[in-house]
Design a protein around this ligand. Structure first.
Ligand code: CAA
Length: 383
């Protein structure tokens, strides 16, 4: 067989388990923790118990040894329930990926195993105030001093930064070399000199913790360096290549949820003596929404499957992330429109989906950056 879109029994089992967890454990408390702007206590441990945390980390280190496709199937289910809670679970995997890919056995024993086995939080610390899309222009330094690095600088928009046990920090170990002087370093969050200097108050995905972190003379052993010195930037980008197919899948989940709510509402809501779905204007909106959800899912599965085959994930994960999260924004906005005035009110679920979708177009590389990545790959293929 050349191609088969059906899921194997093991993928169906993973999908069913993730759906049960998402609908039974996350969804009932999603609105409450969105209002509180907190992660529900114990959520990580519950996700780990259900086999839904750090899923791409090898089993021997406390993960599930799943591939990107299994991870995407899980992310869609979790995303359909609450992206704020789900991104916290997913970012853990993102922060631990550099350790998995580039860490030595000793580093994996010291950091990866306790964090993954203990269902603790980890943060991926790349972005700075002046280095968002232009990630290679970071200014945080990690200057060698004896057997240590001394880290100084500020990282912003760090997911789980206020609660993480370890952080993967990207900093200049050789400031004279620009992007080629960036290194990836594992830092314990309780190291003296690390402070949370701002907690962000976000429009959506409010259950996730997003903070600014200040590093002041933070001393970490040079033994915490991941990979080679000066190779931190490619490590960050390779990690993001994996992360982006997961963000795409979250987008599919949010869009699917919005489509399901809007379809049910349009079938039930009567105006002018008939359900509003009988109006062509509404039914064509739903048809467009359904087409884009399906196309987004196929792109997200294809990107993940391709990464699992060992292919370079850059272009396919950028396409999937961009298309699926633009779709999530469009579909959730249209769901609010179909609900009319009710859609704008917090009593109904679709306004949260719309707020949550917006951030998917921004983090792990804005969708303008994804288009740039795709265009650059095309120009390389052409030359
Ligand atoms: N994989 C591995 N290496 C890569 C790579 C990839 N996908 N893409 C580029 N590289 C390497 C290049 O080969 C080059 O290596 P050399 O120095 O050896 O030549 C180096 O990285 C620099 O590459 P570029 O010249 O292409 O870099 P650039 O600065 O022009 O552009 C960019 C790179 C694509 C714009 C990049 O900066 C980018 O993706 N920006 C967006 C940042 C981002 O996604 N931030 C997300 C923060 S994390 C987050 O949001 C998580 C969360 O909390 C929810």
């Amino acid at each position: 067989m050349v191609i088969d879109f059906s899921l194997s029994d093991s993928l169906l089992e993973i999908q069913a388990r993730a759906r049960e967890f998402a609908q039974g454990v996350i969804l009932p408390i999603a609105a409450e923790y969105d209002r509180k702007a907190e992660m529900p206590p114990g959520m990580l441990a519950k996700a780990k118990e259900a086999g839904l945390l750090n899923v791409t980390i090898p089993k021997e280190y406390g993960g599930m040894s799943y591939g990107a496709l299994e991870s995407a199937i899980i992310a869609e289910e979790l995303g359909a329930a609450c992206v704020g809670i789900s991104i916290t679970l997913l970012v853990n995997g993102l922060a631990l990926t550099p350790l998995q890919l580039f860490g030595t056995e000793e580093q994996k024993e010291r950091f990866l195993r306790p964090v993954a086995e203990g269902a603790r939080l980890a943060s991926f610390c790349l972005t700075e105030r002046e280095a968002g899309s232009d990630a290679s222009s970071i200014k945080t330094t990690a200057l060698p001093d004896g057997d240590d690095f001394v880290i100084n600088g500020r990282k912003c928009f760090i997911t789980s930064g206020g609660h993480a046990e370890i952080m993967t920090v990207f900093a200049l170990t050789d400031p004279n070399r620009g992007p080629r002087g960036v290194s990836a370093i594992v830092v314990r969050a309780d190291t003296p000199g690390i402070r949370v200097t701002k907690v962000e108050d976000k429009m959506g995905q409010r259950a996730s913790n997003t903070v600014e972190l200040t590093f002041e003379n933070v001393r970490v052993p040079q033994a915490n360096l991941l990979g080679k010195p000066g190779r931190g930037f490619p490590i960050a980008l390779q990690t993001l290549d994996f992360g982006r197919s997961g963000v795409a899948a979250l987008g599919v989940g949010v869009a699917r949820a919005a489509l399901e709510y809007a379809t049910a509402y349009a079938r039930e809501r009567q105006q002018f003596g008939a359900p509003i779905i009988t109006n062509q204007g509404v039914s064509f909106m739903l048809a467009d929404m359904a087409m884009k959800v399906e196309a987004s899912r196929l792109l997200s599965w294809q990107a993940a499957w391709s990464a699992d085959q060992g292919n370079k994930a850059t272009i396919k994960s950028a396409m999937a992330k961009c298309f699926a999260t633009d779709t999530a924004m469009e579909v959730t906005t249209n769901a609010v429109q179909i609900f009319g005035g009710y859609g704008y009110m917090r009593d109904y679920p679709v306004e949260k989906l719309m707020r949550d979708a917006k951030l998917l177009q921004i983090y792990e590389g804005t969708n303008q950056i994804q288009r740039m990545v795709i265009a650059r790959q095309l120009s390389k293929q052409a030359s």
